[in-house]
Design a protein around this ligand. Structure first.
Ligand code: FES
Length: 346
């Protein structure tokens, strides 16, 4: 390996020097190589970036401790963002960025950038080895009959060309598209809400404040029996949660006369809006509902909005009320399709 020591001497790149070395391209010194003030300035820039990174790391810890996990803020065109996640992402991301940018600036402006050459042997094999390899390949070709047996060669090429077709045909199994099926459930006005396991009707007093129960429409067992499958269940199952009415910050609809909850009892679809897993991991203190599949988290005290994870939309809420016998029933059907998002939702 040789190193160029006189940067302002021009040498044609790639030329062979009398001693057999490859000549180096012309070296152009940077300002920081000959101007101590420029070098000092670059040093200051790099140390400022490292300092900013340190400050942002401290800010990350402060944000983690100080910002409540349920704090949100509106972002034009993007809906509501979690203040905690945003602060943590921005501080940690910028802290990492400034370390990287500082190191790059240090390398570009202050580290030695003189060109060097590492000599390598030729990569080509010797002529006799190459001829030997070609002869062996030709012998193998002749032995296989690939060149001489035309019918074999053509039938093989035809078989290989058709082979991918089944892979394309089975794409049909991904369909048909759901159409309006996820818009239609068994929930209609007046449909009684019953316990998922026993089928017993539910009074509000059956659910303690902070409690959660899995439920279904009273008609579901009959539908399942008639259809002989669980398709209706996959759309109809719901969760009832009860919280102090003062803790409900927003709902997906309703008026003072016709609220969507009944005295703090709220009803939501149990099917995650990401890819449709059933959800039931409820954190009573925060009112957060966590999907075990990919950790989407919904805030049931705030319209079932997504506060974390890959789900793209809120958990659909079912409006409820009491019937004449004091049992919980649907006030109306779901006002939006249940289950995973899909492109033709409209
Ligand atoms: S199915 Fe719920 S987060 Fe993916």
């Amino acid at each position: 390996m040789s190193e160029q020591n006189t940067p302002d001497v021009e040498i044609a790149a790639g030329a062979i020097e009398p001693n057999g070395d490859i000549a180096l391209p012309v070296h152009h010194p940077r300002r920081t190589d000959f101007d101590p003030r420029a070098a000092k300035r670059a040093e200051r820039q790099v140390s400022i970036m490292f300092g900013l990174s340190a400050i942002l790391t401290v800010a990350f810890v402060v944000a983690y401790v100080m910002i409540p996990t349920d704090a949100t803020f509106p972002v034009p065109f993007f809906g509501t963002w979690s203040a905690s996640n945003t602060a943590l992402g921005v501080t940690f991301g910028l802290a990492a960025f400034f370390i990287g940018a500082g190191i790059m600036q240090w390398a570009k402006k202050l580290m030695n950038d003189k060109e060097v050459v590492a000599m390598r042997h030729s990569l080509a094999s010797p002529e006799d080895s190459r001829e030997e390899a070609i002869a062996e390949f030709q012998e193998g070709l002749d032995d296989s009959g690939f060149a001489t047996r035309r019918i074999l060669r053509r039938s093989l090429l035809g078989a290989v060309a058709l082979f991918p077709i089944p892979l394309i045909v089975i794409l049909r199994d991904l369909g048909p598209l759901p159409g309006d099926k996820l818009f239609i459930t068994s929930w209609v006005p007046g449909m009684r809400i019953v316990l998922d396991v026993t089928g017993a009707p539910i009074r509000p007093a059956d659910i303690p404040v902070g409690g959660i129960v899995s439920a279904m429409p009273a008609v579901l067992p009959a539908i399942q029996k008639a259809e002989g499958n669980l398709n209706a269940r996959a759309k109809d199952v719901v969760l009832l949660v009860r919280m102090n009415p003062d803790e409900i910050r927003s709902q997906q609809g309703g008026t003072d006369d016709e609220p969507w909850d009944y005295e703090g009892v709220l009803c939501f679809s149990k099917i995650c809006t990401h890819v449709g897993c059933p959800i039931a991991l409820y954190e009573q203190r925060t009112h957060h509902l966590l999907c075990p599949c990919h950790q989407s988290t919904f805030d049931l005290a705030d319209s079932g909005n997504v506060i974390f994870g890959p789900a793209a939309r809120e958990l659909p809420q079912l409006p409820i009320k009491l019937d004449d016998e004091g049992y919980l029933v649907a006030r109306d059907s779901f006002q939006q399709p249940v289950g995973p998002s899909f492109w033709e939702r409209g």
